[in-house]
Design a protein around this ligand. Sequence first.
Ligand code: ATP
Ligand code: MG
Length: 271
Amino acid sequence: MTLITVVSAKHAPGATTSALVLAAAADPLTAPIVLEGDPAGGDLAARAGTLFDPGMATLFEHARNGGAAEELGLHAHVLPTGVRLVVGLVDPEKVSRYADDAAAVLAPLLQRAGMLAVVDGGRWGSAAGAAWAARSDLVVVAMRPTVDGAEHVAARLPSLRRIARAVRPLAIGDNPLRPADVADILGCPVSFLPSEPATARAVGEGRIGLDALRVTRLFAAAERVLSEISVTGHGPACTGPGTGPGTGTGTGTDRHPARRQPPALSRRLTA
Ligand SMILES: Nc1ncnc2c1ncn2[C@@H]1O[C@H](COP(=O)(O)OP(=O)(O)OP(=O)(O)O)[C@@H](O)[C@H]1O
Ligand SMILES: [Mg+2]
């Protein structure tokens, strides 16, 4: 199993959408599943007009009662991209009952299921997000490519790195800062997804199929991100502003250290 948690620092940069796109771009043999672990989430069911049950609450009870890993899919909705989605919690009573313990209860089940799980951990700072991050192979930090967006991520990197095995900033868009500029500020390689509002909206509302998504720039970039991130050799750690090996690297060029990290996660997951 590979567990990736996507979080954000601030600004709703696209953490939830990115989790869905990354899962859609992964090798289908990894049976990708997205879990909406954001305690302030519940966005996806609302956007897609889906019921909240089954979802995180029913999956939690399933896992706590020793339910079979093979039955995990019964708690998911299948999106038109083929990605399975376990929708989040909105009822405050359910959030307080399940959210903080979800990672501890569900991670062993996901482990047994042996799939690629992408968790939407919401804004960094919640206990639930930290619990997912601590159990993840990689934490992806979605961010807007602005100076303040980068500074917010920089401020949170120390706490993220204390908890997570590997951290990868993910710039959504390249305006005003290119990913290479963000890498300079953060001192580590930065992955990139383009700003593609119509596609992003369709993904978030669960109304785009895999064939239509496949021909978008967003999908191609998500495939690139998956090939850049490596859960065993995750490349230079984020060491802070201006000090990391990613400093000064270009975007989309061979000079970017992230682009020299074989093998691709999407391929290795099937190994
Ligand atoms: N790559 C993208 N290009 C353009 N727009 C995007 C992209 N990703 C997300 N968006 C848009 O940005 C808005 C916020 O996206 P999303 O809900 O995924 O962000 P979030 O970081 O999960 O926010 P929150 O903190 O509220 O959970 C949505 O309107 C979405 O369609
Ligand atoms: Mg979100």
